[in-house]
Design a protein around this ligand. Structure first.
Ligand code: SF4
Length: 227
C-alpha cells in the first residue's frame, strides 16, 4: 500500500510559537554542522555541488580520491572530463556534475585568481552554483549570515508551520525573519538534523519529537487516520 502524502499546514503558527520551536531545535542540535567532509572552501564548494540529489555520506566516500588527484581549482580546471566522470559516477548526474565542477574551477582560476569568492554575488556567478550552494558555503566556510533551504529545511519548516512559502526563496525569507542573522547558518543545520533524524520524509516520527506539542502536523496526521 502506498503511504498517503501528509499535506503541509495551511496556516502559519504564531511568531511566538515559531521562535519557541527554533529554541527547542537549538537545544536539540547544539553541535549541528554540515555532514560533508572538507578541508577548505574549495573542497566544500565542490562537495556541495556533488551533493545535489545525493546523500552527504555518498559524497564523503567520493571526495577523498577526487581531492587527492585534483586538490586545487587549477588542477580541477585542467582535469580530463572522462576521468572526473569515472571518479564521481556514484554521486548521480555525474556528467552534469563533472561539467559543473570543472567549469566552476575554471571560473575560480580565471576570474578570482584561484580563490573561492567570499561574497554571495561572486559565488552565484560561478558555474553550477545557485543560491542554496552559495548559502551553504557562505555560512560554513566564511561564517557569513546565510540560511540555506534544502529539501529537509523546506519540509521541516513547512510541517512546523513556520512558513507557507512555495519556493525555497520564499521559505528562506520567512525563516530569516524569525531569527537574528547570527543564527541563520546554524538554523539551517538544526532543521537538516531534525529532518534526517526525526521529521523524516515521507513519514515523520511525531511521537518521538520534542516539538510535538508546538507543531500543527500531528493534528493533520490524526485527521487523516480518522478518514
Ligand atoms: S511533530 Fe512531527 S511533523 Fe512536527 S516537527 Fe516533529 S516530527 Fe516533524
Amino acid at each position: 500500500m502506498t503511504a498517503r502524502v501528509i499535506p503541509f499546514p495551511k496556516r502559519k503558527v504564531p511568531r511566538r510559537i515559531a521562535r519557541e520551536q527554533f529554541e527547542i531545535l537549538e537545544r536539540l542540535y547544539p553541535q549541528a554542522v554540515t555532514a560533508l567532509n572538507y578541508r577548505n572552501e574549495f573542497e566544500l564548494l565542490v562537495a556541495v555541488i556533488l551533493s545535489a540529489q545525493c546523500t552527504d555520506a555518498r559524497v564523503n566516500m567520493t571526495t577523498p580520491a577526487l581531492f587527492a588527484k585534483y586538490p586545487t581549482p587549477q588542477k580541477l580546471a585542467a582535469a580530463d572530463h572522462a576521468d572526473v566522470e569515472e571518479m564521481i559516477k556514484s554521486c548521480g548526474f555525474f556528467r552534469m556534475k563533472t561539467r559543473n565542477i570543472i567549469a566552476c574551477a575554471r571560473d575560480i582560476v580565471e576570474r578570482y585568481g584561484g580563490r573561492v569568492p567570499s561574497e554571495r554575488e561572486g559565488l552565484e556567478s560561478l558555474a553550477g552554483v545557485g543560491r542554496k550552494t552559495a548559502s551553504v558555503v557562505l555560512a560554513a566556510a566564511f561564517h557569513a549570515e546565510a540560511l540555506a533551504v534544502d529539501t529537509h529545511v523546506f519540509r521541516v519548516s513547512h510541517r512546523l508551520g513556520m512558513t507557507l512559502g512555495k519556493t525555497p526563496r520564499h521559505v528562506e525569507e520567512d525563516l530569516i525573519a524569525l531569527l537574528p542573522p547570527v543564527k541563520w547558518g546554524d538554523a539551517t543545520h538544526w532543521l537538516i538534523a531534525h529532518g534526517r533524524q526525526i521529521c523524516k520524509a515521507p513519514t515523520p516520527r511525531c511521537p518521538q519529537c520534542a516539538l510535538q506539542s508546538l507543531c500543527p502536523t500531528p493534528a493533520i496526521i490524526a485527521r487523516m487516520s480518522r478518514r
